[in-house]
Design a protein around this ligand. Structure first.
Ligand code: ZN
Length: 274
């Protein structure tokens, strides 16, 4: 039964759940000055349909660049000191919105809830939100994985981002799979163009607007391990979890500033239980 005041109830205006004006200022001007004097200190090429880990010391920058062709990447981030501290995509979404860009931060899970990285540059910032409600670099998807694929199709596919990130972490930390796999977490979908359909509320993707040369760059707030998978969906314009679409590598570069960057250390969250 639709209530008589249904129209009035639906007409109530929304309020923002987490007004974020009180978050610490990312101080992009200071970070830009540090970046201007930085020198490249390492790189890692992530092959198509595969994953790689890389390390970024606190105070360094890392850049993910599209090379050769449009390609989406699934990014995991862990604290190098304790990989059980890792990106919390859900709370990052609640604080900054469904899609991230310059000035937004990647927050860690409880009880830490502190910034792991700050986005300092995004060449796709111009994209904004399109007519379908789509935007770029989401924290609303999870990561393509073999379990959901099997659930929906009954098939086994082994190059999902979940598998790629698990193998990369096994390689990086020397852990057995049963210890590495639970550390793999919901990602920042770098370069992926996604949203929710207005009529059914379903998660959608569309061909990424990324082109070779586009990049997303971040500042590491603490010592980090990054894990990046070049998604088997390629530009994610048609399907993922298959070997049919064209995929390209992704380039990760690390940049070391000339000296320490003057900024507050991201302290663990200040909440204390009674
Ligand atoms: Zn994927």
């Amino acid at each position: 039964m639709i209530p008589l005041d249904a129209v009035a109830r639906r007409a109530i205006k929304p309020v923002i759940c987490y007004p974020n004006e009180t978050l610490p200022d990312p101080d992009l001007a200071t970070l830009a000055r540090a970046r201007a004097g930085a020198r490249k200190s390492g790189e890692c090429l992530v092959p198509p349909r595969a994953g790689r880990c890389f390390r970024v010391p606190a105070g360094h920058f890392f850049r993910i660049t599209s090379v050769e062709g449009p390609q989406v990447g699934d990014l995991d981030i862990w604290s190098a000191a304790d990989p059980t501290e890792r990106l919390y995509s859900g709370k990052t979404r609640a604080l900054h919105g469904t899609h991230l860009t310059r000035g937004d931060r990647l927050w860690s899970n409880f009880p830490h809830l502190r910034p792991l990285a700050t986005i300092t540059e995004d060449t796709l910032e111009w994209y904004g939100i399109d007519e379908f409600g789509g935007s770029v670099h989401d924290v609303i998807g999870t990561r393509c994985d073999p379990y959901t694929h099997h659930l929906l199709s009954g098939q086994d596919y082994h190059h999902c981002c979940h598998n790629n990130l698990t193998y990369a972490l096994i390689e990086e930390l020397g852990l057995p799979r049963d210890q590495a796999e639970p550390l793999v977490h919901d990602v920042l979908n770098v370069f992926m163009c996604t949203g929710f359909t207005r009529d059914t509320g379903q998660y959608f993707m569309k061909a990424s607007p990324v082109r070779p040369g586009d990049y997303l760059e971040m500042f590491a707030e603490i010592d980090l391990i990054g894990g990046l998978s070049a998604c088997p969906g390629g530009d994610c314009g048609s399907e993922h979890s298959s070997d049919t679409v064209t995929c390209y590598p992704l380039l990760v570069e690390i940049f070391a500033p000339a000296g320490p960057v003057a900024r507050p250390e991201p302290a663990p969250n200040g909440y204390r239980w009674p």
